[in-house]
Design a protein around this ligand. Structure first.
Ligand code: COI
Length: 347
């Protein structure tokens, strides 16, 4: 792998107290090309624009997918990745579904390690701070022939991060639009899955919601996910989350939260959730919490939701599970507690 280091770091120009998620990038990036059946030109270089043909297939047919992962700094200045193998395996799954070549595992981990070493100063210590790492792959071949491409680019860019959302979050349970259908690409981190959400989300935002809770595309009867996060509902003394499927992303934070909840003795059920069950629980006051989970958001409490023409506010409860589970997860991520499931990897 070729490595070209930055001459002068831009880190001094960054206001780390006012980071806008995903809009500031570190000094270095990784790139690699897939040409004639081989991954070539693996290199780390200063973060900069790339040159790409206007006919590159990614612009026309959306052949692209990505990952989101994080590195954390502990109080001894060591950096840790959280379940990176799961991210690697998921980008392979997404790549296969989108007819893109599999990126080699050794190169994935070698490039991550080198990027973290070079951009170490960008990973700030302290709970809430992290380095958001964005691996992605796209069809770079310059041809608008509507078939899978023969050339691809795999890249990794990194952004220092604190919180994804600030302020109260309310969501809308969607009844008209769909995020993903059976047999589709909903389980993959396909770029197009996100683009398709923007328009319905703008409409929801105009009604005062920050995000949408997607429901099944057949009847809008079952809860799926929120697009940037998986969802958990606390009804009485039970925590419920929907099982993953071909229309729900297999969230790494989601499965970590399920395990931590079990470790905490929380009664957790992974099963289909009817929208009606949530509405009824909200009406009879047994709905105690809703929260989302995801790499970017970690664990995000939701304070209210809308369905059809009704609006519901959740009770402010003492000792919410969202806070407990987030703090147990953070303790593992920041090397504060034991790591009983072997999720942490020193980077
Ligand atoms: C992540 O949590 O990594 C996601 O993919 C959400 C992202 C679109 C901000």
């Amino acid at each position: 792998m070729k490595v070209e280091k930055i001459k002068v770091s831009k880190i001094d120009q960054i206001d780390f107290d006012n980071l806008n998620f995903g809009s500031v990038f570190t000094d270095h990036m990784f790139s690699c090309d897939y040409i004639d059946g081989e991954w070539v030109n693996a290199q780390i270089s200063p973060y900069k624009p790339i040159s790409i043909s206007p006919s590159a297939r990614v612009f026309h047919y959306g052949q692209a997918c990505f990952e989101g992962m994080k590195a954390f700094k502990d109080n001894k200045n060591k950096n840790w990745l959280f379940r990176p193998l799961d991210n690697y395996e998921r980008i392979l799954k997404s790549s296969i579904r989108l007819a893109m070549p599999e990126f080699p595992k050794e190169l994935f981990f070698e490039s991550l390690k080198k990027l973290i070493e070079l951009d170490n100063a960008w990973i700030k210590p302290g709970l809430g701070n992290s380095l958001y790492i964005r691996p992605f792959i796209f069809a770079s071949e310059d041809s608008i022939n509507a078939t899978e491409a023969n050339q691809y680019k795999f890249m990794i860019i990194c952004a220092p991060a604190d919180s994804y959302y600030s302020g109260d979050v309310r969501v809308k349970i969607e009844k008209s639009f769909s995020r993903a259908a059976k047999g589709g690409v909903g389980y993959a981190k396909a770029a197009g899955n996100y683009a398709a959400q923007f328009y319905p989300t703008i409409l929801a935002r105009n009604e005062g919601y920050q995000q949408i809770i997607w429901t099944d595309s057949s009847n809008h009867e079952y809860i799926e996910e929120a697009g940037t996060m998986n969802l958990f509902f606390r009804i009485g003394d039970k925590l419920i989350t929907a099982p993953t499927s071909d229309s729900i992303l297999d969230g790494i934070t989601r499965k970590s939260i399920i395990q931590i909840a079990k470790d905490q003795g929380i009664n957790i059920e992974v099963r289909p959730i009817k929208v009606n069950e949530i509405i009824e629980a909200a009406k009879n006051n047994s709905l105690k919490e809703i929260f989302g989970s995801g790499t970017a958001v970690v664990v995000l409490p939701i304070i209210g939701f809308g369905y059809e023409n009704e609006k519901f506010e959740l009770p402010r409860i003492e000792s919410p599970w969202s806070i407990l589970l987030k703090s147990k997860l953070n303790d593992i991520q920041y090397n504060i507690s034991e790591d009983p499931h072997g999720w942490r990897t020193e980077a």
